[in-house]
Write a protein that binds this ligand. Structure first.
Ligand code: F6R
Length: 610
């Protein structure tokens, strides 16, 4: 949540910071601000609203500063307002800080500071940290030591950057539970919460670990723990380029990412799918192959769309590998005292690799000595680093707040893992080859569905004023019903619910009348006839049926008002195809309604707070 960028070097800091904020805006967009040091003075500008509101404030002003920090916010403590926007100052006005995360003991720290005469202007926990750093600075007269000491007093999470006129050629950054990356340029450093703010300037980065801080000055940098022990960091190369984080001619990132799926599915399989042998090779799982051979139970955990992918994973693994699987919301897992046995494996799924609940579930599982695997998109993210082993989905940066390409890539990786595990158990080579062939054909089939975008846009126009939608699917496509409903509600603010088709008669059927569109996911598989019966139940109550069906299925046209066809594939692979029209339907409805698709209200990419 929230985005941080800091710069020190020879460039115009304001330009670099605003560039960075625009790239990070998808992480939070209710207010933005920056601080720079110019001619020895600390200048801070901040504004409620999107980054463009901050840019308006800066218009017409000339800056020459070469050092600064900036922030784009998703409110946790204190409503979105100019005052609550970051950066925040200490009481002297000489120290500025930007912060992601939550200072859990902010109330008691604030009380302590108030009792010593310190004043506060905002309702944020971040200001408490700023004032605390100022308080320690007065004692130690050393910025790094003041920051370090303050952080030893803090409970909770932080990714932060600090700037001060006391030591005007220095930025100090630190992390605990909220990512911070340092870009190493030539005689310049960019510190950010996300590589997308860095790669325009350099690909060489270091990832700060939890409870680690970095001090950057004009010439060099060094890192240490918050307990004051010097650390060494490996320099990594970020392997995506600028085009991956730009819209590339599409109106929105979400649409671009939907259309990238033929390629991202290929990328998820690249070098991993051995069709002739009917197996998958997953280098990331090599260290745990013995554990995988002995596994008795798998627990999959994640949030939102990643949790939906986990539900498909449950069907896949149970069917192909005959291993019992449980899928659990990460937010529940951590508070439930889960029972984990010796041969249990936990799989955490996360696009960002930073979701606080999923990370906490990983930590809970590790504490209980479980083997924990990750299915993650963002390379070097916290979950990727804290799991014992894992598989990257390689979908490239996902900027649209609504997750699309990450979902299909997660499904591909779950299918590859099922293939690997299945072949280690009872799955025959012939069956393995059949599945591997099916996977290989997916990108072309996705392309064919994308060609139907105009038809789906028409359907969106027709149904855009409906205030409720029901999404129904069975078996492998029940989680797709959940995902279709989630996509619609998060970007168009239309109420939508996903259900297993047969559950409808146990309650939701009461909602059905001529105003209720019901999206049925009804590919030709072994439960097709049952789904048709469910469609009839809706039709006889005048519900309006939109069906996602397998091409050449003529029968369905007798039941559904609108049909969107997908190419035929194996039942277990259908979710990777059936979800595509649902992504497009949600997208076009939201666009028709004039919603901000890439930055829906109240949401932000990557929920790094509880
Ligand atoms: C929905 C969406 C969210 C995320 C969820 C988990 O479109 O994007 O529901 O799926 O916040 O995020 P990750 O996968 O980053 O852990």
């Amino acid at each position: 949540m929230c985005g941080i960028v800091g710069y020190i070097g020879k460039r115009n800091a304001v330009t670099v910071l605003l560039n960075g904020l625009q790239r990070l805006e998808y992480r939070g967009y209710d207010s933005a601000g920056l601080s720079i040091i110019e001619d020895g003075n600390l200048l801070t500008f901040k504004k409620q609203g999107k980054v463009k509101e901050l840019i308006k404030v800066l218009e017409g002003k000339e800056f020459k500063a070469n050092i600064g920090i900036a922030h784009t916010r998703w409110a946790t403590h204190g409503e979105p307002s100019d005052i609550n926007a970051h950066p925040h100052h200490d009481n002297s006005g000489n120290i500025a800080i930007v912060h992601n995360g939550i200072i859990e003991n902010y109330a008691s720290l604030k009380q302590m500071l108030i009792s010593k005469g310190y004043k506060f202007v905002s309702a944020t926990d971040t200001e408490v940290l700023a004032v605390l750093i100022g308080y320690f600075y007065e004692k130690v007269k050393d910025l790094e030591e003041a920051v370090r000491t303050a952080l030893t007093e803090v409970q909770g999470t932080f990714g932060l950057a600090v700037l001060s006129t006391y030591e005007p050629n220095k930025i100090i950054a630190a992390r605990r539970g909220s990512p911070m990356i340092v870009g190493l340029g030539e005689e310049e450093f960019i510190v950010a919460s996300d590589a997308s703010a860095i790669i325009q300037y350099t690909r060489q980065v270091i990832y700060l670990s939890d409870n680690e801080m970095v001090t950057l000055n004009n010439e060099n940098y060094y890192t240490k723990t918050i307990d004051n022990i010097r650390t060494n960091n490996i320099v990594h190369l970020v392997d995506f380029d600028l085009s991956k984080i730009e819209k590339g001619g599409f109106e929105h990132f979400m649409l671009k990412e939907i259309f990238e799926q033929p390629q991202t599915i290929r990328d998820a399989c690249r070098g991993r799918l051995i069709v002739e042998e009917g197996i998958a090779r997953l280098g990331g799982l090599l260290p745990v192959l013995d554990k995988l051979r002995e596994v008795d139970r798998i627990i999959i955990t994640g949030c939102g769309t990643s949790w939906h992918a986990g539900l498909v994973g449950e069907y896949l693994i149970e069917n192909l590998c005959e291993i019992p699987v449980e899928v659990e919301y990460a937010s529940e897992f951590r508070y439930r005292n889960p029972i984990l046995r010796k041969n249990d494996i936990v799989i955490a799924i996360s696009q960002s690799g930073e979701t606080a609940d999923t990370l906490a579930a990983v930590q809970e599982a590790k504490q209980k000595n479980a083997t924990v695997l990750g299915i993650v998109n963002v390379v070097g993210s916290s979950i990727a680093r804290q799991t014992d082993a894992g598989v990257y989905i390689h979908a490239g940066p996902e900027i649209g707040v609504a997750s699309t390409k990450a979902f299909t890539s997660q499904l591909v990786v779950l299918t590859l893992i099922s293939l690997l595990l299945g072949r280690m158990r009872n799955l025959s080579k012939i069956e393995g080859i059949r599945i591997a062939r099916g996977i290989k054909e997916l990108p072309e089939k996705v392309e064919k569905i994308l060609e139907k975008a105009d038809q789906i846009k028409e359907i969106a126009r027709e149904f855009k004023y409906s205030r409720n939608f029901l999404y129904l699917g069975r078996g492998y496509n029940f989680p797709v019903a959940l995902e279709g409903a989630l996509k619609l509600k998060e970007i168009s603010y239309i109420h939508a619910e996903g259900y297993p088709s047969a559950e409808m008669k146990h309650g939701p059927i009461a909602l059905i009348d001529e105003n209720m569109p019901v999206v049925f996911i009804a590919p030709k598989d072994e439960i097709y006839d049952k789904v048709i019966s469910n469609i009839e139940e809706v039709r006889s109550r005048k519900g309006r049926v939109i069906a996602i069906a397998t091409e050449n299925d003529e029968t369905i046209t007798r039941y559904a008002e609108r049909v969107i066809y997908i190419p035929d594939t194996l039942p277990m692979l259908t979710p990777i195809l059936t979800v595509i029209p649902l992504q497009l339907l949600a997208y076009y409805i939201a666009v028709e309604l004039g919603c901000n698709v890439d930055q829906p209200r109240n949401l932000a990419k990557s929920v790094t707070v509880e």
